[in-house]
Design a protein around this ligand. Structure first.
Ligand code: ADP
Ligand code: MG
Length: 725
């Protein structure tokens, strides 16, 4: 038999690989922490006092930017960038594709005498015009009026991105159309933060505060990812083009021993992680924890939380660095939500809270939450928000790739509910009964061993089946996909919180106007919240069939199973009213987002379906036929020598191959269909017809992988990809 040379070669390459030199991380010192960032302290050194004060004020209080200082800032920024070896600058922006986009311009300016000088004016710092007409715009721009502008976001620091090709000064920007509509993910995030700040301010004032610093949201995102050797990826068209395996029988060993989770990090991976972290530190991104995840070949990195806008930009950078660094190490970093069937997929837990410099973290319950009315109002506002806008929360995480996780008993279900933990459950029950007496004590953990310390237990346990869990002083939105920008979820959360806080402020104001005292007004407002919205609070097993039934039938929550079901929520009247009333997205902007996300869903599935057809036809079919032909001639030649071998394997393999090709035929026909009245209908067709057909083809192909000679199988196997590094 002839061997499959690509696969064998891949394994050989990996076995013979020269390991990357182990480089011990440099000791942490302020000399290189954030050395590639134009930080406030660098601005302080290089800007005139008044200019620095003005920039700092804008950054810290989101007050209006004084454009007249732009020239001075630009000059200082340029000098700093040139001193770091940068020849180019780029306005970096975040189009609706989850990607990061940048257009590079040189600092060089040619003079009339032919000489060159470096130049960077305030005007080009503040505003850019990358044509960018090829980014999806959902009908906002037609190509004949395709101007798009980028505008400097002062609140996110500029930085130097260094690659083997040199250094570039990167300036975070928003990206808007000629008519002022948002074409990106940053614009609505800034607007949502502003709306939340305003609403929070109202509530805090009513609670009697007079000194109220701007309220901002924070985000700490835990990022899961897989690492696979590049040799394998290069011989798998599915991983290469779709980021996930569309075929592959499970390895005998998966994650059933739980021996990978928090296990010792393999040396090659540790070297990679250190390389990543060093770059992150230079960029001022506070990488904090790293560990092995549940699935073999799966890892996690979590930076310390930051202001949501900065954290979002940093998250995009982190994904870029994870991917680029992997290449250097001969690995591929897979950020896809479900690269391998049968083992856990990857998510991105978005930890979120709101707070300010004067009142602190507004979601911190303290030791006695029952008497912390400020916390209860903010927490109650979140509960109301998730209840009213749960479907929106589902829609902002709806992608073709995340559909593989949600509800697959490894990630939270597609039904959005809130987990509070026993202590807060109890406080809200008391509120509902109208009489609040105390907070359950979390208690002390005594391990019964003298030499070990006793410690205070957390007031609530964890519940990993909940999509939206309170975790001590923040909420953790756990259903976000690993490849996604965190901007969408943060926009949704800040916007519905703004809406809820305004509702709270209205309720308090009207009660106070009627002469009710503040404490009674607060208690009755909280009681309305928990009585009307408590249906969204759930502490049980989110995976169970009972919950799915109860959630929908008794509690009226929606179970939007696929992205095809969830994305149309963006078109619903409630969603439109929410975003429009708070000035976060106009109806036109919102509609364009639906168009774009729907199109991306359809395109993603189209690419996958085409890959399934081609891999089955030109990879798997030829291998199986070859095996059949070799096996049948061997059986007949043995027979002529008097050795009787059963024909059963021939029959079995032929049947499976025929069934596979039948489904390939059906899938090809389905892909060819294009006449859909609406994007909704097309999405449903992808979810209900194309995807099941892909699964059918896969089922037979994976069975065949277990029947034919290993050396003929054309693609690297799960065992190889997950266990050889
Ligand atoms: P776990 O895996 O237990 O959920 P990690 O420590 O891996 O926790 O990640 C928790 C994330 O939550 C970190 O990014 C952390 O900085 C972040 N975080 C902590 N407190 C807050 C807060 N108040 N607001 C937002 N994020 C927070
Ligand atoms: Mg977590």
């Amino acid at each position: 038999m002839t061997e499959n040379s690509t696969r064998i070669q891949a394994v050989q390459n990996i076995t013979n690989r020269q390991p990357m030199p182990v480089k011990l991380p440099e000791p942490l010192s302020s000399l290189w922490w954030a050395s590639d960032v134009f930080t406030l302290s660098k601005m302080k050194e290089s800007l005139p006092k008044e200019v620095f004060k003005s920039v700092k004020k804008t950054i810290e209080t989101s007050s209006e930017l004084d454009v007249s200082i732009a020239d001075v800032v630009a000059l200082a920024m340029k000098d700093w960038a040139l001193s770091k070896g940068a020849l180019y600058y780029a306005h970096v922006f975040y189009p609706l594709t989850n990607a990061t986009a940048e257009k590079h311009d040189s600092f060089i300016s040619v003079q009339s005498d032919g000489s060159v000088i470096s130049e960077f004016s305030g005007k080009v710092l503040v505003q850019g015009e990358p044509d960018g007409s090829s980014f999806p715009n959902g009908g906002i721009r037609s190509t004949f009026e395709a101007r798009g502008y980028t505008a400097w976001d002062v609140t996110s620091p500029a930085y130097i991105m260094t690659t083997d090709n040199g250094a570039t000064l990167c300036i975070p920007t928003v990206f808007v159309s000629w008519t002022g509509e948002a074409l990106d993910k940053k614009t609505p995030l800034l607007r949502a933060n502003a709306a939340m700040n305003k609403a929070a301010h109202r509530v805090l004032s009513l609670l009697g505060h007079t000194d109220i610093a701007p309220v901002n949201s924070s985000c700490g995102a835990e990022q899961e990812y897989f690492l696979v050797d590049a040799n394998f990826v290069n011989s798998r068209p599915d991983l290469l083009l779709a980021g996930r395996t569309l075929f592959g029988a499970p390895a005998a060993k998966g994650q059933q021993f739980d021996d990978h989770y928090f296990g010792a990090i393999p040396e090659r991976v540790q070297v990679y992680m250190q390389d990543v972290e060093e770059q992150l530190y230079r960029l001022g991104i506070p990488a904090k924890t790293r560990h092995n995840e549940v699935a073999p070949g799966q890892f996690e990195i979590a930076p310390f939380f930051e202001a949501a806008n900065v954290a979002t930009d940093h998250q995009q950078l982190l994904m870029t660095i994870l991917k680029n660094t992997a290449k250097k190490h001969g690995l591929v970093c897979l950020l896809h939500e479900k690269p391998f069937k049968g083992i856990n997929g990857s998510g991105k837990h978005v930890n979120w809270s709101v707070g300010n410099a004067t009142q602190g973290n507004l979601l911190d319950p303290g030791k006695t939450p029952h008497s912390n009315s400020q916390f209860l109002l903010f927490c109650g506002a979140v509960i109301r928000g998730v209840h009213n806008y749960g479907p929106l929360l589902r829609a902002v995480i709806a992608t073709a790739s995340n559909d593989h996780r949600l509800g697959a008993n490894e990630a939270p279900p597609a039904i959005m509910s809130v987990y509070l933990g026993s202590q807060l459950d109890n406080v809200f029950e008391q509120i509902s009964s109208g009489k609040v007496t105390g907070s359950l004590d979390a208690g002390v953990m005594n391990l019964g061993i003298n030499t070990l310390p006793t410690f205070n237990k957390d007031a609530g346990d964890r519940n990993r089946t909940s999509p939206f869990a309170f975790t001590g002083n923040r909420f953790e939105f756990r259903a976000v996909g690993s490849s996604q920008s965190v901007a969408g979820p943060l926009v949704a959360m800040n916007t519905f919180l703004a809406d809820s806080l305004n509702w709270v402020a209205d309720a308090l104001e009207s009660k106070l106007a009627q002469g009710t005292d503040l404490d009674s007004a607060i208690l009755s407002t909280l009681k309305i919240i928990i009585d009307e919205h408590g249906a969204v609070v759930f502490g049980g097993n989110g995976y169970s069939a009972e919950w799915h039934k109860m959630a929908v039938e008794e509690r009226g929550l929606r179970n939007l199973k696929t992205a095809a079901d969830a994305l149309p929520v963006l078109k619903e009247a409630e969603t439109e009213a929410l975003f429009e009333s708070l000035g976060v997205l106009s109806p036109v902007e919102l509609a364009s987002r639906f168009e774009i996300y729907a199109e991306q869903y359809i395109l993603a599935i189209d690419v996958e379906a085409k890959l399934v057809v081609s891999m089955a036809k030109i990879g798997i079919y030829p291998a199986v036929v070859k095996y059949l032909s070799e096996l049948s001639s061997t059986i007949s030649s043995l027979k002529s020598n008097g050795v009787e071998l059963s024909n059963a394997p021939l029959t079995l393999i032929t049947e499976k191959l025929t069934a596979m090709m039948e489904n390939v035929g059906k899938l090809s026909a389905a892909i060819a269909q294009h006449d859909f009245a609406t994007p909704e209908a097309h999405m449903q067709f992808c979810a209900k017809t194309i995807r099941p057909l892909m699964d059918e083809v896969r089922q037979y192909a994976d069975a065949l992988e277990g029947e034919i000679a290993d050396e003929l199988w054309p693609y690297p196997t799960y065992q190889e990809m997950l266990f050889i590094k």
